[in-house]
Design a protein around this ligand. Structure first.
Ligand SMILES: *Cc1c(COP(=O)(O)O)cnc(C)c1O
Length: 371
């Protein structure tokens, strides 16, 4: 409503999917992870594109993301990562979702809340997060399989990405997964789908493909490492972060003295953008933050407000109320890159996408559908 928007390129999503699919054996399924509203790019729109490309299913951490995918008309399986509680059972059944189960306790509570429970068993291979320990998982699989109304569709893990992780940890985790699967087979309860590869795994550990992979960041163009074992050329799905000039004025003496804040000058032309920290721009305006207007770089002035940012338009006399200002992306000869913004904001690429807010309109390019 304040003239700010994100431009999302669905061709980039399509391209990234094809890059991945080209590396995978045909029997390996792709469950695209679209958590955090498809990494800010819109879970529904991204799921629609990936469905048309041949994805096998989706994985999300929030019911809202699952709802967005169903609203886009996608009927493929959706796995809910840990996070939902049995109080949400009616919604989960209505949306036809597959839940994650990590313990016997969880299994019993879900069973009591649902007519039919479709589940993936989650195993923790050393991430110290959700998931049954490798020691417990055999018993859990046996108990889940003993119930006629519980359908165990798969078993999965998320490879540890703790700051203390070492390169050798990946092979240790794969060995633990293989032992779990072997044990399950011996018990006669090995589920049809075993999965453990997120972006890092799928690009660097082809031996972890198993039956399916569930990368996420990869689809919006974020490789997790520089020289992956499976070389890919990914494209950023986020093309621009744009805002409009919602006010322009030349400061005069009737306002009183200009504030003693770096960048403010008597007689300057001040612009106001319809975007602020409530819209994902950092609360503490980074020193050196700029935006592009009229094909020129101009400086943002502190402080940042919930719904507004200030910009020094003194060197852009043609700037007018309503003009587009680019905070990330290209305008004319100027470009503010994803790397520049991530560095300025003190985050990494995934963190940059994590700043995207659901209430900001997304304009999609590269697709004939509208969202
Ligand atoms: C987030 C997540 C993924 C995807 O991770 P990326 O690094 O975005 O590829 C896969 N599996 C699980 C369980 C996750 O939580």
């Amino acid at each position: 409503m304040r003239g700010s928007w994100y431009e999302i390129d669905l061709d980039a999503i399509r391209h990234n999917y094809r890059q991945l699919r080209g590396h995978l054996p045909p029997n390996v399924k792709v469950y695209a992870c679209l958590k955090r509203n498809g990494y800010g790019c819109g879970a529904g729109a991204v799921a629609d594109v990936l469905t048309r490309e041949g994805a096998d299913g989706f994985a999300v951490a929030s019911l809202l993301d699952a709802l967005a995918i169903r609203d886009a008309g996608v009927r493929l399986p959706i796995l809910l990562y840990p996070g939902a509680l049995p109080t949400a059972a009616p919604t989960i059944e209505a949306l036809d979702l597959t839940i994650s189960v990590s313990s016997v306790d969880e299994l019993e509570l879900w069973r009591a809340a649902m007519k039919k429970t479709r589940a993936f068993i989650k195993v923790d291979l050393g991430f110290f997060r959700a998931g049954a320990t490798p020691h417990e998982v055999g018993r859990l699989l046996v108990m889940a399989n003993a119930h006629a109304h519980v359908q165990v569709e798969g078993i999965y893990a998320h490879m540890s990405e703790l700051p203390t992780s070492k390169a050798s940890d990946a092979s240790d985790q794969l060995r633990r997964m293989q032992a779990v699967l072997q044990h399950a087979r011996a018990l006669g309860v090995r589920p049809a789908v075993a999965m453990m590869s997120s972006t890092e795994g799928v690009l660097n550990h082809p031996e972890m493909d198993l039956d399916a992979v569930d990368p996420g960041a990869l689809f919006v163009g974020l490789p997790e490492s520089d020289k992956p074992a499976r070389p890919v050329k990914l494209q950023h799905a986020l093309k621009t972060i744009s805002a409009s000039l919602i006010a322009v004025k030349r400061l005069d003496a009737s306002l009183g003295p200009v504030p003693d804040i770096p960048g403010f000058k008597a007689g300057m032309v001040l612009g106001v953008l319809g975007m602020g920290w409530g819209d994902g721009y950092p609360r503490d305006l980074p020193t050196g933050a700029e935006a592009i207007i009229g094909g020129k770089r101009a400086r943002l002035l502190p402080p940042s407000h919930l719904e507004h940012l200030r910009i020094d338009l003194t060197a852009v006399p043609e700037a007018r109320f309503g003009d587009q200002v680019v905070l990330l992306g290209r305008q004319g000869d100027q470009i503010i890159t994803h790397e520049e913004i991530a560095c300025l904001w003190g985050t990494d690429m995934v963190g940059l996408y994590g700043h995207l807010r659901d209430h900001i309109p997304r304009i999609y390019t590269g697709n004939h559908n509208t969202y």
